[in-house]
Design a protein around this ligand. Structure first.
Ligand SMILES: *Cc1c(COP(=O)(O)O)cnc(C)c1O
Length: 434
């Protein structure tokens, strides 16, 4: 299987795409063709690891990791991904809970897959591979958790000091061992700029064997298709119906993964992306020109994205914007509606939902009756409500119980170093700590 840049001819194997992260022409890697599956292919594949092994096999064609695929699938899906029924009958609504991993958000899936692959490809105990990651909240914790205690690998997490939630800060700073947590005196954009500048410095990259684990790496995307495939196969075999998915969306990695699952032949009906008040995607799919803009701050902060990078991939997959606009839709949900849905989900379903997940249930409630009844809908829960308790608890008027995975993390002691947003400070902190 070849992986091709969205911007031109550059092509590589899966291994090359995983290690490079981004193509040298600035484009994003996509498989040159998608394998085709039918539901019958998965008869007897009853757990998600076995679905993953079968589904990923063609992508590993030509990879040095082929023999280890089964083990990689097991390391990726090491926690449950249950589908909870919120409403049954004519108005079916399921909730696909992607938040049972170590850091209680769906990013644990992609991070675990990437760690399983990169540690095998590039792990080196003499000169470890050092993953640099800038984070606005969730990604850094997931990457640190996934790479923690893997030999031959180190992680440096940069986060904007004072601008992440208390529990997110805890998840970014509780690892020790091979993870260095840096509280940067600056914004997320400054953290990201520092990482980009460091990665672009060839002599540094060589000396430290720097690499990145950002959200455009194909290794974050591929495993995410698998939970859509599995949920769709299960629903299809239980009811004979193809479910539609409603997906909280920021950078469009999770939503794109669902589109890929449908393109590969899995029984997925409609796909709806929900954004917060950052309207770049809904405006474009509604017919406007593609117009990236600065992001605005909302309650669903992990989706505060004004220039979603995976749109470049989605447009490449669809070939033509007109076809694309017929095959997916997007709806923007403002903060008032997010608050309202957090309240309604508690009242009507007895479920505390995070602000991101509330955008998806909102889209379901806002549908015309006929549309709600025509398809069985699955809303995607991207994070546990306890991660955003400062928003959710005042709205529902009660505490959100902390799940065991998150409690484990909150019980760990934290350690971090404060630095200025410049390269000398970054290198100084690395020298002092590793
Ligand atoms: C990252 C994130 C999102 C957005 O996912 P994308 O793949 O960037 O669209 C939504 N919800 C939560 C909780 C997240 O952490």
């Amino acid at each position: 299987m070849k992986f091709i840049s969205t911007r031109g001819g550059e092509s590589t194997t899966l291994d090359g795409a995983l290690v490079a992260g981004i193509a040298s022409d600035g484009g994003l890697f996509l498989p040159d063709e998608l394998p085709q599956f039918s539901c019958q292919d998965f008869t007897g594949h009853n757990n998600i690891q076995s679905v993953a092994t079968k589904m990923l096999r063609p992508f590993f064609d030509g990879s040095s990791l082929q023999e280890e695929l089964q083990q990689i699938a097991a390391e990726t899906f090491h926690f449950p991904i249950p589908l909870k029924v919120l409403s049954s009958g004519d108005e079916y609504l399921g909730l696909l809970e992607l938040f049972h991993g170590p850091t209680a958000a769906f990013k644990d899936v992609g991070a675990a897959f990437l760690a399983a692959c990169l540690s095998r490809l590039e792990g080196n105990t003499e000169t470890p591979l050092t993953i640099l990651v800038a984070t606005s909240g969730d990604t850094g914790g997931a990457v640190a958790a996934a790479f923690n205690e893997r030999s031959g690998m180190r992680v440096v997490v940069l986060f904007p000091d004072g601008r992440v939630s208390d529990r997110q800060a805890h998840q970014l700073t509780c690892w020790g061992d091979n993870v260095l947590s840096l509280a940067v005196d600056g914004s997320f954009d400054e953290c990201q700029a520092l990482v980009k500048a460091t990665l672009a410095n060839a002599s540094l990259t060589q000396r430290f064997r720097f690499s990145s684990a950002n959200s455009i790496n194909i290794g974050r995307l591929l495993p995410q298709s698998i939970y859509y495939a599995k949920a769709a196969l299960d629903h299809w075999s239980e009811t004979g119906k193809k479910p539609g998915f409603i997906i909280p969306t920021g950078n469009l990695g999770n939503g794109l993964a669902c589109v890929l699952a449908r393109e590969m032949g899995f029984p997925v009906a409609d796909i709806i992306f929900t954004t917060n008040a950052n309207r770049t995607i809904p405006d474009f799919l509604g017919g406007d020109d593609w117009q990236p803009r600065s992001s605005i701050a909302t309650l669903a902060s992990a989706m505060d994205v004004g220039n979603p990078s995976n749109m470049e991939r989605l447009r490449a997959v669809a070939d033509d914007d007109k076809i694309l606009r017929q095959s997916v839709r997007a709806i923007a949900v403002d903060d008032a509606a997010i608050e309202q849905d957090i309240r309604l989900n508690q009242q009507e379903f007895g479920t505390a939902t995070c602000p991101h997940t509330a955008t998806a249930t909102h889209a379901w409630r806002a549908m015309e009756n006929a549309q709600r009844q025509q398809t069985d809908w699955i809303a995607v829960a991207t994070a546990h409500a306890a991660k955003f308790e400062q928003i959710v608890e005042p709205i529902i008027g009660r505490p959100v119980p902390v799940p065991p995975e998150l409690a484990n993390i909150l019980a760990r002691t934290t350690k971090f170093v404060r630095i200025d947003a410049d390269e000398a400070a970054l290198l100084g902190a690395m020298d002092a700590c590793f």
